[in-house]
Design a protein around this ligand. Structure first.
Ligand SMILES: Cc1ncc(COP(=O)(O)O)c(C=O)c1O
Length: 483
């Protein structure tokens, strides 16, 4: 049984009264909460080095006063419904877990107020953006790797801040063999979000200008702004990032680096063509800027092989490559990574060491075991086939609805986990109305740097089966038809 954080007034001659007062004070201050179980009289007597009978007498007094009650004569607990008069204002607030009245006001140096993104779990029908179908994760197979990882030498101690050596090795091999990215240093991060955060902290000085896709990934913008960046939006069209627009902006702005999602542009899922990639690389080289390439769902490409990452041909070492296991494993794993030149890696690893020392190693080692066993790539092949089929079905279902909703427009993406649908009407307003019917729609404004409302929505198709998607689409369009 745990100890209590109380001490008796040493000047008090009456130990019973001293114990009663110490317990009353703890309750008033919210250190002991209503419904909480008290240690046994024997444990309290031992802790305070007093007679057990003294404790029992004090318990009897406190029970008579209404501070504590006995539970089936087995133990005592703090009375569940303590009268307010028993508690001081401060104690009352903290006992209920509320904000204390005496909270000192704080002027935060850099206040953070992140916007909330709609959560699929809060809706009956949804098309979550880029969500893996977690029901298909091979839990049993992975469990055995988790179990085995606990037997690895030194798994429980401090280790390399850049990641568990087994996972670093597996990622290195996988990136080289499957994505053609080699000869760089890998750092495992807490999701790719931390990779973006660490790079932003390492590269951006307050006031620096950073180029981002004007239709893009808001969590990356928050991290860059927090580091002091001023964001410059670059146009996105049917072929992805407009290199012409970037060239224009580079003439007028002193841009430090570009953050881009070339393979499946976020949120439109368009693939950046080979010719644009080449021009983009030359432009970055000419202006001496880094390219942060976010390749977040590389494996889910359905039309032939995915285009190799820009980092796979980077003789000048200007592409900082980041990726994640959130889509191919599960998001709560919080395992992302970056593959960057040595000098950047050293700086970022120091920063990581300062902020979190290292990621946890057990899950990393388990993933490494799964990768080594071949199970990981088998799972990927299965999921790629599944999602390709869901993409095909989803587009087919939309085709059916277009018979009634002629303004619907979309391009079936070559890959990715979502489709960028033009509904031909203001999707921000529509999303608000659909919310009342428990239908989640992710409107264009969520993805725009200027937050302007538009006619598109991002429709994820991977999180649910074709049947579930079909059903949700029917619900969506039957509600839209009523408007
Ligand atoms: C563009 C982009 N980058 C990265 C991620 C993955 O983030 P994380 O690895 O932090 O889960 C996502 C997931 O939604 C994404 O859409």
């Amino acid at each position: 049984m745990r100890n209590l954080l109380i001490s008796l007034d040493p000047t008090s001659k009456n130990k019973v009264q001293a114990l009663c007062e110490a317990l009353r004070l703890s309750i008033r201050q919210g250190k002991l909460k209503p419904g909480e179980r008290l240690p046994s009289s024997r444990a309290i007597a031992e802790q305070l080095r007093i007679n057990r009978q003294t404790v029992l007498t004090a318990f009897g007094e406190l029970e008579a006063e209404g501070w504590i009650e006995s539970f089936e004569k087995r133990f005592y607990m703090i009375t569940q419904t303590l009268p307010d008069t028993f508690l001081t204002p401060k104690g009352a607030a903290s006992a209920r877990g509320e904000k204390s009245a005496k909270e000192k006001s704080v002027r935060f140096a850099r206040p953070v107020d992140l916007p909330l993104f709609p959560k699929a779990q809060d809706y009956e029908y949804s098309f979550p953006s880029g969500f893996p179908d977690l029901r298909l994760f091979p839990m049993k197979e992975f469990k055995s790797h988790l179990y085995d990882s606990l037997k690895i030498k030194d798994i429980l101690t401090y280790g390399d801040p850049a990641g568990h050596p087994h996972l670093l090795e597996e990622i290195e091999t996988y990136l080289r063999r499957v994505r053609g990215v080699a000869s760089r240093k890998i750092i495992v991060t807490n999701g790719s979000q931390e990779a973006i955060f660490l790079l932003a902290q390492s590269l951006i000085s307050p006031g620096d200008e950073v180029a981002v896709e004007e239709l893009g990934y808001a969590p990356s913008w928050h991290a860059m702004r927090f580091a002091g960046a001023k964001l410059i939006g670059i146009r996105v069209d049917q072929e992805g990032l407009s290199v012409d627009d970037l060239e224009e902006k580079l003439k007028r702005h002193k841009i430090k680096f570009l953050y881009v999602t070339p393979l499946h542009q976020y949120p439109t899922t368009v693939t950046l063509s080979a010719s644009r990639r080449l021009r983009l690389y030359e432009l970055a080289l000419k202006h001496g800027i880094f390219i942060i390439e976010d390749d977040y769902d590389h494996e889910f490409h359905y039309q032939g092989q995915p285009v190799a990452p820009m980092a796979s041909f980077d003789p000048a070492g200007i592409v900082l490559y980041i990726s994640t296991f959130s889509k191919i494993l599960f998001p709560s794993a919080r395992v992302g990574f970056m593959s960057v030149p040595q000098n950047i890696a050293e700086q970022v690893t120091q920063l990581k060491r300062m902020s979190s020392r290292q990621n946890e190693h057990i899950l990393q080692a388990s993933i490494a075991l799964w990768m080594k066993s071949g199970g990981f790539e088998k799972h990927l092949r299965k999921m790629r086939r599944t999602y390709a089929e869901r993409c095909r079905q989803f587009a087919g279902d939309l085709e059916v609805h277009r018979e009634k909703f002629e303004r619907l427009r979309w391009v079936v993406p070559d890959g990715g986990m979502a489709l960028w649908l033009n509904l031909g009407q203001n999707t921000s307003k529509l999303a608000k109305k659909l919310k009342d019917h428990s239908i989640m729609l992710l409107p264009e404004s969520l993805y725009r740097l200027d937050q302007k409302e538009g006619t598109h929505a991002r429709m994820g198709f991977t999180g649910f089966t074709p049947k579930e998607n079909q059903f949700a689409l029917r619900r969506l369009f039957s509600e839209i038809a009523k408007k």
